[in-house]
Design a protein around this ligand. Structure first.
Ligand code: FES
Length: 169
């Protein structure tokens, strides 16, 4: 078991890019339905999983995430027609690239969760947290705690790219 310097169990930091129309609402539903899931995911809301530029994922790792969870609407249910097919292609590309950078595959996950699937999303989060916990800290960029404001930095990046990768309705 991986432990922090203070002897406590290692708690992975996972950045979740969640689609506003489905997985973000599923997370909300899980909260209101008192479905418990690991509190390790810091959620960044995006308007579609297709809005998640691969650079967001790389930046999240570079800024200290131990894992990145991309979550969107099921194939065929994207509000922007077929943007989540683009997500699938990007996910494959990222898996390939991260593999070559020596990053374990379990540190990046793509899940589909409709707004009604709070339990499924919670299960996926719990499973991922356990897998990343077992993999241990990524230790790419130094210590997350000593570098406050990283989530804000990732959110800013998503905002900056809002026009560049605007989804087509
Ligand atoms: S709107 Fe949810 S994945 Fe596109």
């Amino acid at each position: 078991m991986h432990r922090n310097n203070d002897g406590r169990q290692f708690e992975p930091k996972i950045v979740g890019f969640f689609c506003n129309w489905c997985s973000y609402r599923a997370a909300d539903l899980a909260g209101t339905a008192r479905i418990h899931y690991a509190p390790n995911v810091r959620i960044v809301r995006v308007m579609c999983s297709g809005r998640v530029d691969p650079s967001f994922v790389l930046k999240a790792f570079a800024l200290g995430a131990d894992g990145v969870l991309m979550a969107g609407c099921h194939p065929g249910e994207c509000h922007y027609i077929e943007q989540n097919f683009k997500t699938m292609r990007r996910f494959k590309m990222l898996q390939y690239t991260l593999g070559h950078l020596g990053i374990e595959p379990e540190r990046l996950r793509l899940v589909w969760a409709s707004a009604a699937e709070g339990q499924q999303l919670a299960n996926a989060i719990d499973e991922m947290v356990e897998q990343v916990r077992a993999a241990g800290p990524l230790l790419w960029p130094g210590n997350w705690k000593e570098n406050e404001g990283r989530l804000e930095s990732i959110e800013r990046l998503a905002q900056e790219h809002a026009e560049a990768v605007e989804v087509q309705a």
